[in-house]
Design a protein around this ligand. Sequence first.
Ligand code: HEC
Ligand code: HEC
Length: 254
Amino acid sequence: MSALVAAGVLAGLPFLMAQTNTSKAAPPPAVVERGKALFGQDCAFCHGRDAGGGETGPDLTDSELVASDVRGDKIGTVVRNGRPENGMPPFKVSSQQITELAAFLHQQGKKADTRPGGRRGVAVSDLQTGNVEAGKKYFNGAGGCSSCHSPTGDLANIARRHRGLELEKRMLYPRDARATVTVTLPSGKDMTGTLSFKDEFTVGMTDQSGWYQSWPTNQVKYTIHAPAEAHVELLGKYTDDDVHNLMAYVQTLR
Ligand code: HEC
Ligand code: HEC
């Protein structure tokens, strides 16, 4: 992180000075780009690469806190303090990095607002305009859904258990499946638990009795198993029609 901090401080000064009198001006693309890179490194694991929500973190394009943030004033507080009790870890970040992260998040929020299909999972029209047969075909074919799910197995009656937009949200951003991690200690002993934290330097887990433990990543071997990660990848792959059709199909599973 220290190289990033230094680069951010040096490269960021002109931006800060240029911004002081126009709080509403869009940040320069280079700042958004650095924010995107940082986000990809530190945040995407939980919030999704596009900030649209991931396995263990909420959609930040839809967050009121992010929407009301001005150049990092609110985002900075959350990122620096974290909300460890709710699964959001604290980060050591420079104020320049906060500015960059905020610039990226605001851009993602704007994108999601202006593209109706851009924020996956909130349009009521998705529920009505799809084609069941096309959805089924996508499920068994291009979507690769059937390699993990079965309409008569785990997804049987799914449309009875969850309806409408709630069902669509669960399909697009499944949150239930927590990632697990197996850590091999220097002694050769394996430990498995729920992945609670992971960055470049640290991997942390909560074991079955609820204890949190962490290790420096360079001292242990570890394997992360993130079963719903496929859904994060899918977000970049579906077209709007795919989502409409899948919803039409999934709603028949009742
Ligand atoms: C280990 C998973 C994880 C990582 C990594 C993570 N977050 Fe979070 N984040 C969460 C969770 C879970 C919440 C929701 C906490 C809550 O409900 O109070 C959250 C909440 C937030 C919120 C508040 C959203 C709101 O509407 O209240 C912001 C902003 C945020 N994260 C930004 C970031 C940024 C920026 C990074 C990277 C520097 C990051 N997060 C990394 C899990 C994570
Ligand atoms: C690599 C495996 C994998 C692939 C591929 C995959 N999923 Fe999932 N899916 C999961 C996991 C893991 C979960 C979360 C566990 C759960 O809730 O069942 C999940 C959750 C879901 C849920 C919510 C289930 C519930 O009970 O809340 C739906 C609906 C769903 N997926 C549909 C799809 C569709 C449609 C596709 C294809 C476009 C797809 N999945 C592709 C692994 C996968």
